[in-house]
Design a protein around this ligand. Structure first.
Ligand code: HSE
Length: 295
């Protein structure tokens, strides 16, 4: 039985819609082996699709197909620690886990770059599956069926405070509220900031992250779906955050700090102590620079 670990991820980073992402040290675990049929169970009691529509199963099957190897079935046991439908890459972790696991079972017919192409084709965009597979900060551009990317390690000094609300937000619903067309002015606003935040992560010029994560493409339309989200951004900046934004499609709000994990935890606790945030919880995380791995 093969056991693998897949990190959570925070996508978009504000301005880099469908392009940028960072892997985080919050992990799902999957045990996977070939079987005669579909056998899926949860190790943590969470409700999961147990049929052939299970995303790990589907993604693994795709790799067998691409490798032209007859597919008999799989036995999968999942331990899900990444909250579902909260903008922390839970679906992408399933896809990355499925393609990575199948590739290991088959003796690695595909490189990680090729696995990323397969995973991004399943997900539809690369910004979560890329860091989930590769770790670190990744900048991605999908060109047809090929993902061109750069991966860079993220400093352990950066702390990611993930503010997780008690409600889910489905990616499809969060995409549905976005405008179909945007002005050249707003496009320039975003492309300049996504270039800035990318260069600033790569060079360590973290004082640029606040401007770099500003966005006019998706956050203004999604924030009304996340009551309290705007206040998290405001409070985080008041308390010294380097960047605060909607993680992926939401509903989690992310704030990046450089004050150490303990202090960031105190800040997160203080922010959530307000009555506005009943039922919210927080994770204090750092980047994962390894990506999906066999244990
Ligand atoms: N880039 C995606 C979005 C991430 O914001 O819709 C969630 O899949």
């Amino acid at each position: 039985m093969l056991k693998i670990r897949i990190p959570a991820s925070t996508a978009n980073l504000g301005s880099g819609f469908d392009s940028l992402g960072i892997a985080l040290n919050l992990y799902n675990y999957i045990e996977i082996e070939e079987a005669e049929g579909c056998f899926i169970s949860s190790a943590d009691g969470s409700e999961i699709p147990a049929g052939e529509d299970n995303l790990i199963y589907l993604s693994a099957k795709k790799v067998f197909e691409k490798a032209a190897v007859p597919f008999r079935g799989l036995k999968i046991t999942e331990e899900n620690n990444i909250p579902f439908a909260r903008g922390l890459g839970s679906s992408s972790a399933c896809i990355a886990g499925g393609v990575f696991g199948a590739n290991e079972i088959l003796g690695r017919p595909f490189s990680k770059d090729e696995l990323l192409d397969i995973a991004a084709e399943i997900e539809g965009h690369p910004d979560n599956v890329s860091p989930a597979l590769l770790g670190g900060f990744t900048a991605n551009a999908a060109d047809g069926k090929k993902v061109c990317f750069v991966k860079s390690e993220v400093s352990e000094k950066l702390v990611f405070a993930a503010f997780v609300p008690p409600f889910e937000l489905k990616t499809a619903d969060a995409r549905a509220v976005m405008p179909k067309e945007v002005s050249v002015r707003d496009s320039v606003f975003n492309l300049s900031r996504s270039a800035l935040i990318t260069a600033s992560f790569l060079s360590g010029k973290y004082e640029n992250l606040k401007t770099g994560c500003e966005d006019k493409l998706h956050q203004p339309f999604r924030l009304p779906l996340i009551p309290g989200g705007e206040k998290i951004i405001e409070e985080s900046y008041k308390k010294g955050s380097l960047a605060a934004y909607i993680s992926g499609a939401g509903s989690t709000m992310m704030a990046i700090f450089d004050c150490g994990n303990e202090k960031a935890g105190e800040i997160a606790k203080e922010i959530l102590s307000s009555a506005d945030f009943n039922g919210w919880k927080y994770f204090i995380l750092n980047a994962d620079n390894s990506g999906a791995a066999a244990l």
